[in-house]
Design a protein around this ligand. Structure first.
Ligand SMILES: Nc1ncnc2c1ncn2[C@@H]1O[C@H](COP(=O)(O)OP(=O)(O)OP(=O)(O)O)[C@@H](O)[C@H]1O
Length: 292
């Protein structure tokens, strides 16, 4: 398990990540989502001691990663901007990066490369690779390691649809073997069918954590003639909602919505517009109102 306590990190005095009392479990896939600059990569770098001048504590399996650094052998990380040695072969890079924190199994590397369709080019210099081939090589570097935690920064970027499917399957297999996996992505659809929970970062803070169930719920954006009356109604009925730019966001089934229509018309609240939206589409906005 990963536990974070009172974490604050600043680049040049500007707070870039703030996180408190967050826990992440094994056997789960977490998506870390957020706009450019939200703090995704910073979070990953903090988890792996690439950035250490922070206040607060990060524990992996109850070991403070600053004091007991050997626990980081249990973490594989692939950052979006990982630089491989372009003047060397694919084989060289796989062996080099594998040996940095463990052992190298050439047979496993070849088997993995065959699945990814790059076995034929592993003997060639990386500078002759296409972007997709280079991305595959980078994914292989992470997948060849046997660790408890895997961090993939934008793992699907530059990959074709078939490889995205393959990578998702690889991530599911890791999860089924009890690992904890973090992935960041800008493409929400890429993570929707994969993750157990999404961590929504905004300006370096966790805005929300959304479960898989919430991700798959269909939400509705509702515009009404009398917003004040409608919010009172929702609160009286104990229906949780969020608001965004004068609209209401509700997670409600079609059946319950029908029943609500009747009640609303009795109270002279009229719905002007309803739009269906997936939970992930909401993640960049919305102010949560828990019903009391
Ligand atoms: N080396 C650095 N020096 C100074 N500020 C930095 C540095 N790296 C990141 N930042 C700042 O920290 C904040 C978080 O950046 P980070 O790269 O973690 O965001 P991100 O969510 O990964 O963004 P992206 O989606 O663009 O990769 C941003 O405001 C960014 O400008």
């Amino acid at each position: 398990m990963i536990t974070i306590k009172g974490l604050t990190f600043a680049y040049h005095k500007k707070t870039s990540l703030k996180m408190d009392a967050e826990k992440f479990q094994m056997n789960k896939v977490y998506a870390v989502l957020g706009k450019n600059g939200a703090g995704k990569t910073t979070f990953f770098k903090l988890l792996t001691n690439m950035l250490t001048n922070y206040s607060g504590d990060i524990f992996i399996d109850n070991k403070n990663i600053i004091q007991e650094t050997e626990i980081l052998h249990e973490v594989s990380i692939i950052l979006d901007d990982l630089e491989v040695y372009k003047d060397r072969t694919g084989f060289f890079n796989l062996e080099y990066f594998s040996r940095l924190s463990g052992t190298y199994d050439k047979a496993k590397a070849i088997a993995l490369a065959e699945q990814l369709g790059i076995a034929d080019v592993l003997g060639n210099k990386v500078k002759s690779y296409s972007l997709g081939m280079r991305r595959k090589l980078i994914l292989m570097i992470a997948l060849l390691k046997d660790t408890k935690i895997y961090i993939f920064d934008e793992p699907f970027r530059g990959l074709d649809t078939e490889t995205v499917r393959w990578m998702k399957e690889a991530i599911r297999e890791l999860k089924n073997s009890g690992k904890c996996i973090f992935i960041s992505s800008h493409v929400k659809e890429d993570v929707e069918d994969l993750v157990d929970e999404a961590i929504i970062l905004e300006n370096g803070e966790v805005k929300r954590r959304v479960s898989m169930e919430e991700l798959n719920e269909s939400n509705r954006i509702i515009t009404v003639n009398n917003p004040e009356k409608f919010s009172n109604f929702l609160e009286n009925e104990n229906i949780p909602y969020e608001t965004e730019g004068g609209h209401f966001i509700l997670s409600i089934s079609a059946k319950d919505l029908q029943a609500m229509f009747v009640q609303l018309s009795e109270e002279e609240i009229f719905i002007e517009e309803i739009k269906k939206i997936s939970a992930l589409e909401l993640l960049e906005g919305g102010k949560k109102h828990e019903s009391k």
